[in-house]
Design a protein around this ligand. Sequence first.
Ligand code: MSP
Length: 504
Amino acid sequence: MGVGGVFYVTTPIYYPNDLPHIGHAYTTVFADVLARWYRLRGYDVFFLTGTDEHGLKLQRAAEKKGVKPKEFVDRMVPEFKRYWRLLEISYDRFIRTTDADHEEVVKRALEKLYSKGLIYRGTYRGWYCSSCEKFYSEGEYEEVDERKVCPIHRKDLEWVEEETYFLKLSAYEDEVLRLVRDTDIVHPRGYAREIASKLEKEGLRDLSIARPKSRVYWGVELPFDRDYVVYVWIDALLNYVTGVGYGEDGRFEKYWPAVHHVIGKDILWFHTAIWFAVLRMLDIPPPRKVLVHAFIINRGLKMGKSVGNVVMIDDMLERYGSADAVRYILMRLLNLEKDVEFDAEQLDNMYNGELADTYGNLVRRLGVLSRKKLGGVVRRGEIDEELRELAEETIKVVPRLVESYEISEGLVRTFDLLRAVNAYLNRTEPWRAENPEPILYNAIEATRIATTLLHPVLPTVTRKVAESLGFEIVRIDDLRYGEPEKFRVKEAPILFKKVKPSSQ
Ligand code: MSP
């Protein structure tokens, strides 16, 4: 797709039972970087995030606080918005599953499924984890001293035996398997293989999609039986279609074919087996991509509230001083396939070495030299071929990397260019050169290119660099080395203050 394409990106909608932490920020910043990237490529972008507010988990969290669930979530939502604002998350809509248009979509979807004969009554017996909001079957749960334990939260499962409604997922087993195994929807492919083999081994069982109100009252009522509320995951997944106006306006037809779901690997089954089947039942095409990432781990375990090893967003912001720095660190760590350990020393080194030394010092140096030597006006002269070649290579390679979701590698390659500019300055010594202007032009020009490519990850700092060195951030497709005739350098900013390395 060229300029003028459409890009729709979503994050999971988070449970607002507690504050978001760095694990949630990891997903959200990743999605934000993709949204900003495609905007900078001139695409028509829609970016959806939000909160998953119904279900037993939220009902209990509210009860614990002694307030009504709605009151509780109403208090938590501004906190999420505040964190996303602090991290400069540029979402187009913050959806809540308690939004009226969403509840309407859920009801309409259920009616459709019911009238198609895809929902039937039955009895469910099984083990439930309210932290996952998920039933566990034999072989999935762990057994500790004859107790059935959730493999993720390590707490006892609850026995549930109740009259319910089932959704006929089993009828779509072959189709779902085909979508997972034979298309490129699920990325990276290792996750597709994992789900395909689970489907091949265990098949796709019908899913209990309702809970009796006597047990779970906090949810969307089933339109055909008011004694029940819909299972929270069905409610939650549908947010992705509500978010772009499903059944309401032309937006849905425009954005849906371009939908990219960014998720952590913990919720892969829901976003493939269950979601693909539900979409098929509703005659909605499957998503364009499900982009899966692994976990941030701390002391060997997935960072999570139940484990008690979370790093809070505030602490990171405080340590590194800006949203940009936190975003950069998260994206340098980003690994779709492997869990990454949150190692304080490594983060400090990334921050000090890459942001403060390589980028910050370079910009500072360029600002000081241009003003001192040339009064701030740096005109185009002889082009340095070596730097030009490297910069043009970077303009080609980085988009390829970002658009195959290798953000970290894209950053490394962009920083290779910045390191090359530093080396070029050390070699050519413009501070004592007879004619420093062409040197400074080439150095600023290569820095302009790197700065533009960094803009989606570092939105504020790059704007500051552009302003200080006197250029505009242009669309990525319009980036060409040697384009500006001159730079009007205004100041020599200090972008990042170094931190004292933590000694652990
Ligand atoms: N409400 C469901 C999602 C419904 S989407 C239709 C849910 N919410 S959650 O609050 O538990 O968020 C889970 C997501 O948060 C993960 O899929 C992942 O994107 C992110 N992460 C939470 N902890 C994480 C780590 N330690 N590491 C990486 N991502 C993490 O599940």
